[in-house]
Design a protein around this ligand. Structure first.
Ligand SMILES: [Zn+2]
Ligand SMILES: [Zn+2]
Length: 649
């Protein structure tokens, strides 16, 4: 008997083996010889491939106890064809590496018992909980929307408890790895044990333990980042996507996919409910709520009934002092909070000290030798750093005029704001909250402790701080440079700004009756800003949908980007032109480009882009995959396909 075996490798097809008289069924996990090595793969569907005249090898053995069920196999196929990712690579995300099977793991997942705190849902939460419970045992998408601080987490925890009590499994997806730390303690207080946390950076031993626990149906609840999506659950009962609007659900490198959308697909293959949780839904989700494709429930009040923060716009054009970024009006407001021993956050979405440094004498600018980008000056390590490829350069440079270059720094970054704040408030304790300062777990934990014990008065933070933290004493947020001009190469700039500022304001006043958000800006008249401060985020989404429809943009049409990269610019452009000619064979698609990427060169590669546009409801991926696979592509260029692209840089 012959059997097809799919291997967790780059191939988009399975290999034929002799079954060696082992009784096999679809989804069984087997060990097979492959090249000079042994590999673990799974018994796959018969693909009717014509057998070439080669010697067919025998399957070595079946790995007992484990198999992948039909629902996951179907999902793997869908995932591959939709995202145009080879089947084998998708399988790899589901079964991990060989160690899961060959290395012995005697350890079980540690479910050490902790003390459960008693929680009680308030009336609104209870109503939301009942709403989520309405649909059982079938595919259904519902959106749990609630103001920041409304206690949404508690609602879905209750929901999960109910599912687990029926002996089913549950998956919670979170957007950021580091979010899980704070989440962990809330989780433990509720469930009384540690969650099984899954993301790309956990140790391979922990991966083995969790993977095994999941496929053996012993672990009932996994909290994970994107990659948890393909774990081999046996009795999955519900998926929760927390902070569903978060753009980090879209993976931009390696296997490119949108984890929120794929979670919805997985739920549909598993025939189970999925809950999308957010304070302001993403535009796609908002559209689906309007179209009644998703059910929708909303919690309006904050958990402890504290009011939302007040807002204030500070016009930076008035009394502007050169090279100062904090206005006197802001200083007055902030002082009131500091005098009451409450915390203040200055938000500036730029790491480092200054984004540009230019020599006063010769005009020399530091640029990255790998990317078409200026380097950002980081005072902490006295280096100029590329925020794309992390290249570091020394600041010192021989001047074209004479001696060394004499640099001036333009624009603010967190480090520069830190300096200015320290000068304005010399008696207060100031800390930076940015990835450069939180490289180690210990650093991060110390900072969290200090903030929670009120040993910090002022925080200077980047975007990282907007994500789901609860700081009880933080009652005032200053947006140093509220900018809605929308430069950048992202069709979602407006949507992202709405999300960002909404999240940011949610950090303030979670336990206070008085809190304030100050927007310092050069464009105080801006429409988006003015709607935002009146808490009209949903109005903004509505307007944005109208604009998208008018301009033929998603979610009203679909896009696929093809990025052609090469060490030489002429090769990437030439390659793109040739591919475009071939793509014309596919009907019902519009092909835009080729154009140079706005960031032409990244990590030493020149990049040209094609953009395919087609109607929603049309699935062109299969045709496109077949066509691209049939092309003879020069080894000097590389193709990357991005289905439903978000980032156009
Ligand atoms: Zn670079
Ligand atoms: Zn110079």
């Amino acid at each position: 008997m012959k059997a097809q075996v799919l291997l967790p490798k780059i191939f988009n097809f399975s290999f034929t083996y002799n079954s060696n008289n082992i009784s096999l069924k679809l989804g069984d996990i087997v060990e097979v010889p492959f090249g000079k090595n042994k590999e673990v793969g799974i018994v796959w569907k018969n693909q009717n491939t014509k057998l070439k005249d080669i010697k067919i090898k025998d399957i070595e053995k079946k790995i007992k106890d484990y198999s992948i069920d039909q629902k996951l196999i179907n999902f793997i196929e869908w995932f591959s064809s939709y995202n145009m990712v080879p089947l084998g690579l998708t399988l790899k995300m589901a079964i991990g590496n060989k160690d899961n099977f060959t290395k012995k793991t005697d350890l079980e997942f540690n479910k050490s018992n902790k003390k459960i705190k008693k929680f009680k849902l308030n009336e609104e939460q209870n109503k939301a909980f009942e709403f989520l419970n309405l649909v059982k045992n079938k595919f259904d998408v519902s959106v749990l929307q609630g103001t920041t601080g409304s206690g949404k987490t508690l609602v879905y925890f209750e929901r999960i408890k109910k599912i687990i009590n029926k002996n089913k499994q549950a998956l919670v997806l979170l957007p950021e790895i580091f979010l899980t730390n704070e989440f962990k303690s809330r989780f433990e207080n509720f469930f009384g044990y540690e969650p099984a946390i899954w993301h790309s950076k956990i140790t391979s031993k922990n991966k083995r333990i969790i993977w095994k626990g999941v496929i053996e149906n012993k672990i009932k609840l996994v909290v994970g980042a994107r990659s948890a999506l393909l774990l081999p659950f046996k009795t999955l009962g519900v998926i929760v996507v927390d902070e569903e609007h978060d753009s980090s659900y879209k993976q931009d490198e390696g296997v490119i996919y949108n984890a929120r959308d794929m979670a919805i697909s997985r739920a549909s293959f598993e025939k189970i409910p999925i809950h999308l949780v957010t304070s302001i839904p993403s535009l796609e989700t908002y559209n689906n709520i309007q179209n009644k494709k998703f059910r929708h429930v909303k919690i309006l009040k904050r958990f402890n009934d504290y009011p939302l923060p007040k807002t204030k716009i500070v016009n930076l054009n008035i009394n502007k002092i050169k090279d100062k970024f904090i206005s006197s009006e802001t200083i007055d407001c902030v002082s009131k909070f500091l005098n009451r021993k409450e915390q203040v956050l200055f938000f500036i979405n730029r790491r480092g000290y200054a984004p540009y440094l230019i020599c006063k004498k010769c005009g020399f600018k530091h640029t990255c030798s790998n990317c078409s980008l200026h380097l950002t000056f980081h005072k902490k390590n006295n280096k100029a750093i590329c925020h794309h490829c992390s290249l570091e350069k020394k600041i010192k440079n021989k001047c074209k005029e004479e001696g060394d270059c004499d640099f001036i720094m333009y624009g603010p970054g967190v480090e520069k704001i830190l300096e200015e704040v320290k000068k304005i408030f010399p008696d207060n304790k100031v800390e930076i909250f940015s990835s450069d300062y939180m490289l180690k777990k210990k650093q991060t934990n110390t900072l969290f402790k200090k903030i929670n014990n009120n040993e910090v008065d002022i925080l200077i933070g980047t975007q990282m701080i907007s994500k789901g933290f609860n700081f009880p004493k933080l009652n005032c947020v200053v947006v140093v440079d509220a900018d809605f001009s929308g430069r950048g190469y992202d069709l979602r700039t407006t949507e992202k700004n709405i999300q960002l500022y909404h999240q940011l304001s949610g950090r303030a006043g979670r336990f206070s009756s008085e809190s304030l958000i100050i927007y310092q800006t050069l464009t105080p008249e801006d429409h988006t800003l003015n709607e935002l401060i009146q808490n009209k985020s949903e109005e903004l989404l509505k307007t944005e949908l109208i604009i998208r429809k008018k301009n033929h943009l998603p979610p009203f049409i679909r896009l696929i980007a093809i990025i052609i990269s090469s060490n030489h610019h002429d090769l990437s452009i030439k390659g793109a032109k040739e591919i475009k000619l071939q793509l014309k064979k596919i009907s019902n698609i519009e092909i835009l480009g080729p154009v140079d990427s706005p960031l032409l060169r990244i990590k030493k590669k020149f990049r040209s882009r094609l953009l395919l546009r087609f109607k929603t409801g049309v699935l062109v991926q299969k045709k496109l995959t077949n066509l691209l696979n049939s092309l003879k592509i020069s080894s000097k260029i590389k193709l990357t396909v991005d289905v439903d692209p978000v980032n156009f840089s």
